[in-house]
Design a protein around this ligand. Structure first.
Ligand code: NAD
Length: 487
């Protein structure tokens, strides 16, 4: 029996699962509150369990023959329709995502929601254009084909829920796989609107299923089900270890996009204004960005000039309500997460690291945390080595390029790196030497959707983006036909 819809700033959102093209409730629910004002309850959302997971996977299996039998071009037309509907629904999606996760409303309206539409368009086009590799050798004509792999489970984190779920759903669907999405329990609501849009786009029932609930309940049931053929996960390394075990048990390929502790290197030959501005920009989204350059590594000879500029740009930040266009730093997602960030800074203080600026809650009655800069006592300080996932940066200096690279590569993570330099040679040399899935030079977060994306070390397994994700969601087959044997 579906529940009544929740009203979020005049947008009606279903709190239920979406399984086999229908809204399905659960006997129990969980409360979702807004980080903008913790007194604001957004919805009581269905709390799925093992039976919910079973129903969603069964619906996906039922949908598999029809969906996988469509040509890529036919599937693409559904995805283009969905993308168009997303673009028509930007205001509603932005309103809900802002209330749910506190991402800045203006950037949701101007870029982020539309980028979700682009994810679907990009994969609709890429999958339609796939020609396979063809060659002849040893008397046979060879051709690589992609076979849809089967039901895919997609598990997403609470930060950037809209962006990350569309980024993962699009290639799975384009490749011919029905999907079961489980959004994070702290920000599950934009996914529910996506279900409405999928319905309107005429996606056959069971092709997109969305289940809500806790990771260790319905999430664990989904990834542990033997009928699932792909698992695509974004979240923390700790959870990836559990999912990896479940995937290994069932021999299911999985990708894991995990946390980061990216270095932001500034060399003496860099445009210091641009570098300092970008460094202060790492506080955007309250630092809840996996790709952020959270370790500032600055050449010693320019350290004081850089710090002066960095402080100036950081002073320009405005903490406030994410719906206000002048706000640049939103509240943190959840009181528990705020406590986690406070814990990191408190332990840094106790361990003898120097809090250069910030280091406190902004106000007692909200979830904001001041933009914080810490000079660690050593490179082994916890705050240097572990992902904080909040508005907390560390500051270290280096004498030369070799030391800069050593420091950059000195954590277990390897998701991203940012380099500021005016030298083309150095850009290539240092860019090559940083162990990370993505390195930006004199820029940040500019990303072509066809480029591979992922991490090294504990930042992840596998690559998403472009053809890489389509290959992941397919079983690749080599078809070999003896030359001259057929006409
Ligand atoms: P998390 O690992 O706690 O949870 C992520 C998702 O996994 C949630 O939906 C959760 O319910 C689910 N989950 C938890 N336990 C599970 C289990 N046993 N089985 C199945 N599912 C389970 O991560 P989070 O706190 O939501 O997100 C923050 C983390 O995500 C940070 O480490 C951040 O860096 C990372 N992240 C990485 C990227 C990337 O692209 N590399 C992007 C965004 C966030």
């Amino acid at each position: 029996m579906p529940s009544s819809r929740a009203e979020i700033s005049n947008v009606a959102v279903s709190p239920d699962h979406y399984i086999g093209g229908k809204r399905v409730s659960s006997a129990t629910t969980f409360e979702v509150r807004s980080p903008l004002d913790w007194e604001w309850k957004l919805a009581d959302v269905a709390r799925g369990d093992a039976l919910t997971a079973d129903a969603a996977i069964t619906a996906a299996i039922d949908a598999f023959p029809e969906w996988s039998a469509l040509t890529p071009v036919e599937r693409a037309s559904h995805l283009h329709q969905l993308a168009d509907l997303i673009d028509e629904t930007i205001e509603e999606l932005a309103t809900v995502e802002c209330a749910d996760m506190a991402m800045l409303l203006e950037s949701l309206q101007a870029r982020v929601i539309h980028r979700g539409a682009e994810n679907f368009r990009n994969y609709a086009d890429l999958s339609s254009e796939y020609a396979g590799r063809k060659w002849s050798s040893k008397g046979t004509n060879n051709e690589v084909q992609r076979m849809p792999a089967g039901p895919a489970v997609i598990i997403t984190p609470w930060n950037a829920p809209w962006l990350l779920s569309t980024w993962k759903l699009a290639p799975a669907l384009a490749a011919g796989n029905p999907v079961i999405l489980k959004p994070a329990e702290w920000s599950p609501l934009s996914a529910s609107i996506l279900a409405d849009l999928a319905d309107r786009a005429g996606l056959p029932p069971g092709v997109l299923n969305i289940v809500q609930g806790m990771g260790d309940e319905v999430g664990a049931a989904l990834v542990g089900d033997r009928r699932v053929r792909r698992i695509s996960f974004t979240g923390s390394p700790e959870t990836a270890r559990h999912i990896g075990v479940a995937a290994a048990r069932n021999i299911v390929p999985f990708t894991a996009e995990l946390g980061g502790k990216g270095p932001l290197l500034v060399f003496g030959d860099a445009d210091l204004e641009a570098a300092a501005k970008k460094a202060a920009g790492q506080f955007d989204d309250a630092g809840q960005v996996c790709l952020a350059g959270t370790r500032l590594l600055v050449e010693a000879s320019i350290s004081s000039d850089f710090l002066e500029l960095f402080n100036r740009y950081t002073d320009d930040h405005v903490l406030g309500d994410s719906r206000n266009p002048s706000t640049t730093i939103s509240p943190m997602i959840h009181p528990q997460h705020l406590e986690r960030v406070i814990g990191f800074v408190d332990r840094a203080r106790e361990a003898g690291d120097t809090i250069v600026r910030g280091g406190e809650r902004w106000k007692e009655d909200g979830l904001w945390y001041e933009p914080t800069l810490i000079r660690p006592k050593s490179n082994y300080s916890e705050v240097v080595q572990r992902e904080v996932f909040g508005p907390v940066l560390t500051y270290q200096t280096f004498r030369d390029e070799a030391e800069a690279i050593d420091l950059a590569n000195s954590t277990e993570y390897g998701l991203s790196g940012i380099v500021y330099t005016g030298s083309e040679e150095r850009a290539h040399r240092v860019g090559r030497s940083i162990r990370a899935g993505t390195v930006w030079v004199n820029t940040f977060l500019v990303r072509d959707l066809t480029a591979p994306f992922g991490g090294c070390g504990i930042s992840g397994i596998g690559r998403e983006g472009g053809d890489y994700a389509l290959d992941f969601h397919s079983d690749l087959k080599t078809l070999q036909i003896s030359e001259g044997s057929v006409c």
